[in-house]
Design a protein around this ligand. Structure first.
Ligand SMILES: [Fe+2]
Length: 304
């Protein structure tokens, strides 16, 4: 038996920013200590490494340095706070949130890659193939999207391993693989729109999972834990280590902070949830959500 660990939405921030939650940084250090005790063969991170890495390259660089000091390899995909949100041409109903201006952009992807390398990757370790990709590109219309789909389709022809683990940031679906696209304009549907992947990209990605014999697909973004099985593939929505949200998105979601431990045997993979053993209650500053530029007040910063 050997072990890999999956964390997500660690949201490590900086006191140089217009907002900072030291509790989230401390929670990551708690998770980090717990992971070091487990001493896994490798660590996967389903995006949102930073609080505002798309705006501040120094946040990406700081968490990279922290991860580089771990004694085992780690693999990341970008989250929306690292590289920008899922694309929309229509603004949603939330005041102070200009969804269109939050769209993923090439400059943010380039910034992310300049720190963490490729936006998609696949490799075999022991009896498992691991693959990860920047799902936020799907439907973005960015120049990088073409290469992204080319890479995805190419995965169908990669040599197989006994198991195949995929990681992504957004959730492939919210309630059902065959659900309709949610309406960003409808306040009742906004969150479901915000957290999931729309058609036709959802089906195209699912087809790649099927054709590559996916065993487990793990996503972040929602900060709430839930497992579903679709056509023999296990879908794990990973918890956050930083802060809980979306406890009402599903009837049986668990927003408890922590991470996922996967034990790999010859014939199966077992998943267990490891809660954080200590939750920080330190107070921070600055606005939540996605504030527009004029509401980002850097004079609040604890460190100049
Ligand atoms: Fe997040």
């Amino acid at each position: 038996m050997w072990t890999f660990v999956v964390v997500s939405d660690i949201h490590v921030g900086s006191p140089r920013s217009f907002r900072f939650e030291p509790a989230w940084n401390e929670n990551w250090q708690t998770a980090r200590e717990q992971i070091l005790e487990i001493n896994p063969d490798l660590l996967l991170i389903c995006g949102d490494l930073t609080r505002d890495g798309n705006l501040h390259k120094y946040e990406l660089e700081a968490i990279k340095k922290d991860l580089d000091d771990l004694p085992f390899p780690y693999y990341v995909v970008p989250g929306n706070m690292d590289a920008g949100n899922k694309h929309t041409d229509i603004r949603g109903p939330i005041k102070d949130r200009d969804d269109i201006s939050l769209n993923i952009r090439s400059e943010h992807l380039k910034q992310f890659s300049s720190v963490f390398g490729s936006l998609w990757w696949s490799f075999v370790y022991k009896n498992v193939r691991f693959s990860g990709f920047c799902d936020i590109l799907a439907g973005s219309g960015l120049p990088e999207e073409k290469d992204f789909w080319k890479w995805m389709e190419h995965q169908k022809y990669q040599p197989r391993a006994k198991f195949h683990i995929w990681i992504m940031h957004y959730s492939l679906f919210i309630h059902d693989l065959h659900e309709p696209n949610y309406d960003i304009r409808d306040p009742e549907q906004y969150l479901a729109w915000y957290f999931g992947i729309d058609e036709p990209y959802r089906s195209r990605i699912f087809n790649v999972f099927k054709e590559t014999n996916a065993t487990i697909v793990i996503n972040g973004h929602i900060h709430c834990r839930k497992t579903r099985y679709i056509e023999g593939i296990r879908f794990d929505s990973a918890p956050s280590t930083a802060f809980s949200q979306c406890k009402n998105l599903w009837d049986d979601g668990d927003p408890t902070l922590g991470f996922l431990r996967y034990d790999v045997y010859e014939d199966r993979i077992e998943c267990s949830f490891i809660p954080l053993r200590k939750i920080s209650n330190k107070k921070g500053y600055g606005p939540r959500g996605h504030p527009p530029p004029e509401k980002r007040d850097y004079s609040l910063a604890w460190e100049k």
